[in-house]
Design a protein around this ligand. Structure first.
Ligand code: HPA
Length: 318
């Protein structure tokens, strides 16, 4: 049981975390630390999460039930939340602001048809140079805030020649081709088990809820496997052929680490790709990030309708 009230003494989990042997703390860009009653600098992943949760609770004393991560060009949804509180990442401890164009970098709280939601408007990517534990710090913090399910969205390249830019794909499974896991290193039992199972990582029931939501709002959805690569360069045509041979339907530079970190913590996950382009070699012209953003942004109305229907099935207040 975490004690998160302002001025409260540090929680048992926080004390346990700070008592452990000091280990590599991820380095990376530090924001100014917000005062925490423990006085001691946090040295573990669990302690940094508690630190962020503490800072958030002071500004947004809500208990979000649903988490949403908004990828490149998809951030507009957060602006549609009812009665929201917005906290720029740079004002949160341990949460470096993303520098990728199209990623706003705020944590947004609000409601959709009465359901309490927290949105990451923009995410950090491994290719930006952040250590992996910083890349997943935001979703781990959402998990500690108590969300029961998370929907991750991203922009991705389509590997199927018959598909089109602007198509939306429900992710059924992934290939983590980044060569790294957020769980590498000593396991933090405060977060989850050493060897989490990844069967059904993309929760079948939550995926079905996406399809139901799609039918409800008239947005057609594809299904497919997402290949997560490091980037930041787009793939070569040879890499795209290889990915297709290995059963992937879309390729992108995010999401897989967040899914692993969330499953580690036992949070149910669904994910959705906005296929902003045909991948290299299938596309007839060179890829550009501005085009990726523009196509993602052109789908914002459909995406917002889909997200709302998924977050609050039937629009019923809860
Ligand atoms: N490849 C990798 N990441 C992407 C792409 C792509 O073609 N499009 C959008 N994100």
């Amino acid at each position: 049981m975490l004690n998160l009230e302002a001025g409260a003494s540090p929680s048992a989990a926080f004390k346990r975390a700070t008592r452990r042997t000091r280990r590599y703390d991820g380095g990376g860009t530090e924001n100014a630390l917000m005062a925490h009653p423990s006085q001691s600098p946090p040295s573990t992943v669990a302690a940094r999460i508690e630190d962020s949760v503490f800072a958030i609770r002071k500004r947004a004393p809500v208990e979000p039930k649903v988490g949403v991560v908004l990828g490149s060009g998809l951030g507009a949804f957060a602006d549609t939340l009812d009665g929201g509180v917005r906290i720029p990442y740079r004002e949160l401890p341990h949460m470096p602001a993303s520098v990728v164009p199209g990623h706003a970098g705020s944590l947004c709280f609000g409601r959709v048809s009465g359901v309490s939601v927290v949105c990451m408007q923009g995410r950090l990517h491994l290719y930006e140079g952040y250590p992996i534990d910083r890349v997943v710090h935001g979703v781990r913090t959402m998990a500690r805030l108590g969300v029961e399910r998370v929907l991750l969205t991203n922009a991705a390249g389509a590997l199927e020649p018959a598909w089109a830019a602007g198509d939306l794909m429900v992710i059924t499974d992934h290939l983590n081709l980044t060569g790294i896991s957020p769980l590498a290193g000593p396991n933090d039992e405060a977060l989850g088990t050493r060897f989490p199972d990844m069967t059904g990582a993309y929760d079948p029931e939550l995926r079905e809820m996406l399809h139901v939501a799609g039918r409800e709002v008239g947005v057609s959805l594809r299904d497919g496997v997402y290949a997560g690569v490091l980037g930041p360069q787009y793939e070569t045509p040879a890499e795209v052929r290889m990915l297709r041979m290995h059963g992937a339907h879309a390729v992108g530079m995010s999401t897989v680490h967040e899914v692993i970190a969330l499953r580690h913590m036992g949070v149910r996950v669904a994910a959705l790709s906005c296929l902003t382009n045909l991948a290299a070699g299938i596309a007839t012209r060179p890829l550009e990030h501005t085009e990726v953003e523009a196509v993602a942004s052109s789908r914002r109305v459909a995406l917002a309708a889909l997200l709302r229907a998924w977050i609050a099935p039937g629009g019923a207040a809860r």
